[in-house]
Design a protein around this ligand. Structure first.
Ligand SMILES: Cc1ncc(COP(=O)(O)O)c(C=O)c1O
Length: 475
């Protein structure tokens, strides 16, 4: 019996001449869509490119280019001497549906991330970027792209030159001694926390967490099925003596000792030593989030926990988000060899390594002193903004005390218990000013006040915003 001839297609895609889309793209789209929705069945033979070109009144090269594209995408196949055929096995009847619910789709997490700035806002933790060191930044990027990028994945720990440069910087700025091999470069604090969680937590492991504290970090722990143990905080930082011991001791303790977020205090030296001792006694790991200690005013810094640790119980996390820009997504973890080896494995699984050109640019930026010059400039700038704010808030000094002034780019305005915070927030909103209450960062803590970020506001805006706030207190 003679084999049956494959069915020929008389399908012709609809083309529009003046819609700004090239005829080649319209041809590809038209055939692809017809194959996907079954108009063109598997094995159907297409007319020759000459016939198609004549019928559609299109240049033959355009038809050939479109057919080649479809061949490359696997929608067509050629058989020597017999023509071009639709290849649609397992492809049809796959109508695209957008499932909102499915067995494999978990419910969406409620993510606590601040919405974009819309009006005047005492935006917490936001830095000023209008003084960005663009010239030296460009030079560093030019340097980073001098050589062609490598042709293979790089060390998951990160570029050795960057680890060396950060290590030397931390030695100068924080008195923290480390070796390049102690450090893993990652995409900011948030990725650092994810990697550490992967390396340390099991479902239901408990994590001690400052209350009030950094909501995004808490959500990272929760996303790894951890149980959060809120530990109260005062102006000297975490109340270390409230940490459970023995079989109730958490596996991890997350702290911001240089500048507690959001109350602004520093963990006192006595509490630092007590925390390290507690971690040793209870075989726990301390996560030291040192996110903005560079912006310190009036008082000298206290030594990082990592520099006081002699029992390998601290993972030190640093970031360039506050000193330079969060857009860079560049941070680092300094830890002991056993933990680092696991972090390295999870980093490989996450994304192999942090973007290499960014790492090279950052190396140059640090090595040429541009980072430290920028930090020194911003420190002066923030100090000026801080005193502008403190001065502007003097009229309400009897109702609200300014706390957390020693460092960072936020203050905590601790209010008298009778101050009606919700009304004040609403009155400010009516006048176009957004302010946050400390309750937004708390789990059980009962602090009463506002957290005011002043980093991104210009001094005139600080005065304008403070005027609205003072007015809202006075009514
Ligand atoms: C307490 C704290 N840690 C770290 C960060 C920075 O996170 P990342 O390095 O992922 O940008 C922030 C950002 O606001 C923060 O508030």
């Amino acid at each position: 019996m003679k084999p049956s001839r494959p069915a020929s297609s008389d399908f012709l895609p609809h083309l529009e001449r003046n819609n700004g889309i090239s005829l080649e793209r319209q041809l590809v789209h038209g055939f692809r869509q017809a194959i996907l929705d079954g108009q063109l069945g598997h094995g159907m033979r297409l007319p020759s490119s000459r016939v198609l070109a004549n019928t559609l009144k299109v240049n033959r090269n355009t038809v050939i280019a479109a057919l080649e594209q479809l061949l490359a995408e696997g929608y067509l196949e050629t058989k020597r001497g017999s023509g071009t055929f639709v290849y649609a096995q397992n492809m049809q009847a796959q109508a695209v549906t957008h499932l909102e619910t499915a067995r494999w789709l978990l419910p969406a997490a409620h993510l606590l991330v601040a919405p974009p700035v819309q009006s005047l806002e005492f935006r917490v933790c936001q830095i000023a970027t209008n003084h960005f060191p663009l010239l030296s930044w460009r030079k560093s990027w030019l340097q980073a792209v001098q050589a062609a990028p490598p042709d293979d994945y790089q060390n998951a720990l990160g570029e050795p030159s960057l680890r060396q440069a950060i290590g030397a910087y931390l030695q100068r700025a924080r008195g923290l001694n480390s070796q390049p091999e102690d450090m893993l470069i990652c995409n900011g604090t948030i990725q650092a926390l994810h990697l550490i969680c992967q390396a340390t937590l099991q479902t239901g492991s408990s994590v001690a967490f400052e209350d009030p504290g950094f909501p995004l970090a808490r959500q990272v722990f929760l996303s790894h099925q951890a149980k959060i143990l809120p530990i109260p905080v005062d102006q000297d930082g975490l109340l270390v003596d409230q940490l459970p011991t023995g079989k109730n001791a958490p596996v991890l303790v997350y702290v911001t000792p240089s500048h507690q977020f959001p109350l602004g205090g520093r963990l006192s030296l006595a509490r630092r030593l007590a925390l390290l001792e507690w971690a040793k006694q209870n075989d726990a790991l301390i996560l030291e989030d040192d996110y903005d200690s560079e912006f310190r005013f009036d008082v000298p810094p206290l030594p990082p926990l990592a520099s006081l640790d002699h029992s390998g119980r601290v993972a030190y996390i640093g970031t360039f988000s506050k000193v330079l820009t969060p857009a860079l997504r560049l941070g680092y973890i300094i830890s002991t060899p056993a933990l680092r080896q696991r972090l390295c494995q999870y980093k490989t699984l996450a994304d192999y390594q942090t973007n290499q050109p960014s790492q090279l640019a950052m190396t140059h930026f640090i090595e040429t002193g541009a980072l430290e010059r920028h930090i020194a400039k911003m420190r002066r700038m923030y100090a000026h903004k801080r005193s502008t704010l403190v001065h502007a808030l003097e009229p309400i000094a009897k109702l609200a005390k300014v706390r957390g002034l020693e460092a960072g780019i936020n203050i905590f305005l601790e209010c008298q218990p009778h101050v009606p915070l919700e009304n004040i927030v609403a009155r400010c909103a009516k006048q176009g000013l957004v302010v946050s209450t400390v309750g937004q960062y708390a789990l059980q803590a009962k602090h009463h006040g506002l957290v005011l970020g002043y980093g991104a506001l210009e001094p005139e805006e600080i005065i304008q915003a403070a005027k609205i706030l003072v007015g809202a207190f006075s009514r």
